[in-house]
Design a protein around this ligand. Structure first.
Ligand SMILES: [Zn+2]
Length: 322
């Protein structure tokens, strides 16, 4: 077994921190044929012009293998054939997993020598999206990686990665971007309300939809402040819960005389609404929301659940002090 040039790396960080983008950037640095060798993938910057960079950008680099679950491939706009396979052959839940077939095919690829004589890079993400047989197959190649092969993997749920896999990787925390980087990313996406969106998602701007729930939350506050019962609007439960948690935190901050974190532009309305309801009632509501957040992906009666939360939130905002 030859020594690896780079260890297998497992990036872990929260949703929206840009793990996927970071993995691709790391792969780009490793596959660039002009950048000087660095001691870690993220220290090398791809030149963007060499043959290695061209092949990578056109998606045909023979020494790069990307393995993601079919559902994620669709979301990321990768390999349509993987997405079709997912729809035809696999159940909806299996579409969220990396299959053992994908891992076996990765291992075959990994055993072959480098086409371009440089590094070979396998991007496997998320590392927690694997059932035990696939994980065990992957473990074999992580234990004895072919020379020159670098594994770049990521997860948002480090505690769900099998310990045996985790122990073969060098762990690296990937934090959410700072404010400046968050604004750059939002502007790159053409987001007109970049400042407000960055605040709303607490800089988790690499999420597919960092503004999710923002418009709904603004409408809720404005309508409740105007004495109207706000609509549930078909918002998915997970989004509704997350938005109500942010709103409630802002209301409690306003109640304590602190500036809102998420919707500072609505401070006056939030302050008025937050002073109604007893602190005990708000406390109990906060705890119920936290409980609901753990089950919000459960689709049963989704619309009714959201409607009930909105009604309850509205009642708290409009109740007299009790
Ligand atoms: Zn290059």
């Amino acid at each position: 077994m030859a020594a690896q040039e780079f260890p297998s790396i497992l990036l872990h960080g929260p949703r929206g921190a840009g793990l996927w983008e970071a993995l691709l950037e790391g792969a780009a640095g490793l596959l660039c044929e002009r950048t000087p060798k660095a001691s870690a993938p993220w220290q090398a910057r791809a030149c963007g012009e060499c043959e290695g960079c061209h092949l990578r950008r056109s998606g045909t680099h023979p020494d790069l293998r990307v393995v993601v679950p079919p559902a994620l491939a669709t979301e990321l706009g990768l390999a349509p054939e993987a997405a079709e396979q997912g729809a035809d052959k696999r159940s909806a839940s299996a579409g969220r997993e990396i299959s053992i077939d994908d891992v076996r095919s990765l291992i075959d690829w990994a055993q072959a020598t480098s086409h371009r004589g440089g590094a070979k890079v396998a991007v496997v993400h998320p590392l927690d999206a694997m059932a035990a047989p696939a994980a065990n197959a992957l473990l074999k190649v992580l234990e004895e990686p072919p020379p020159g092969l670098c594994f770049l993997t990521g997860t948002q749920q480090l505690d769900r990665v099998l310990p045996t896999l985790r122990s073969r990787c060098s762990l690296r925390a990937w934090p959410r971007p700072g404010e400046a980087a968050a604004l750059v990313e939002l502007q790159r996406r053409g987001e007109p309300d970049a400042q407000a969106v960055a605040r709303w998602c607490r800089h988790a701007v690499f999420d597919a939809d960092p503004a999710r729930g923002l418009e709904w939350a603004r409408r809720l506050v404005r309508q409740v402040a105007a004495g109207q019962l706000p609509p549930a609007d078909g918002v998915p439960p997970a989004v509704a819960i997350e938005s109500l948690q942010k709103l409630t935190l802002d209301l409690l901050r306003a109640r304590a005389g602190l500036a809102p974190l998420y919707l500072p532009e609505l401070e006056a309305q939030l302050r008025r609404l937050g002073t109604r309801g007893s602190s005990g009632a708000w406390q109990a509501w906060w705890q119920r929301l936290a409980q609901a957040a753990r089950t919000a992906d459960f689709p049963l009666h989704a619309g009714l659940a959201v409607q009930a939360w909105v009604v309850e939130w509205n009642a708290l905002c409009t109740s007299g002090a009790n």
